[in-house]
Design a protein. Structure first.
Length: 142
């Protein structure tokens, strides 16, 4: 084997190892960046599915929300899950409508947690909070 051929293959091996190290560092950096962005929302989907199944089995109800209560830091978001089970004894298709209505606010926002206190920009705190809820689609019965 010639000395030049050995040096070329050694240089190639070093270049490949260097490339793999750089690629690994790049992938780690990208994962860290997207984890920071994704960390703005607490995604509890797997836990929710399990908890909702358990709620239907244990209570026999046809509607459940999980988590029913959750404390969030300022600037964070939460994806909540809800489920409806058509357990009507008539075996027919039924339409279900869910209305999300704020029940109370923190005492430091409104005295006594009442929703009738003034909200930022005017109106009541109850009306203000109803604008916080978004849904991905709306099904309208016939």
């Amino acid at each position: 084997m010639k000395k030049g051929a050995f040096q070329l293959s050694l240089g190639f091996i070093i270049a490949v190892v260097f490339g793999i190290v750089m690629l690994t560092l790049l992938i780690s950096w990208i994962q860290g960046t997207f984890t920071g962005i994704g960390g703005l929302t607490n995604d509890l989907t797997q836990q929710a599915q399990s908890s909702l199944r358990d709620a239907f089995r244990q209570t026999g109800s046809n509607f459940a929300v999980w988590p029913s209560q959750y404390e969030l830091e300022r600037g964070k978001g939460l994806r909540m899950s809800s489920a409806i089970e058509n357990n009507a004894p008539d075996s027919l298709t039924h339409y279900f409508i869910v209305n999300v209505i704020p029940a109370a606010v923190s005492d430091n926002v409104c005295p006594g947690g009442e929703l009738t206190c003034a909200a930022p920009g005017g109106g009541t705190m109850g009306d203000y909070m109803r604008k916080w809820v978004t849904v991905s689609s709306v099904v309208t019965p016939y």
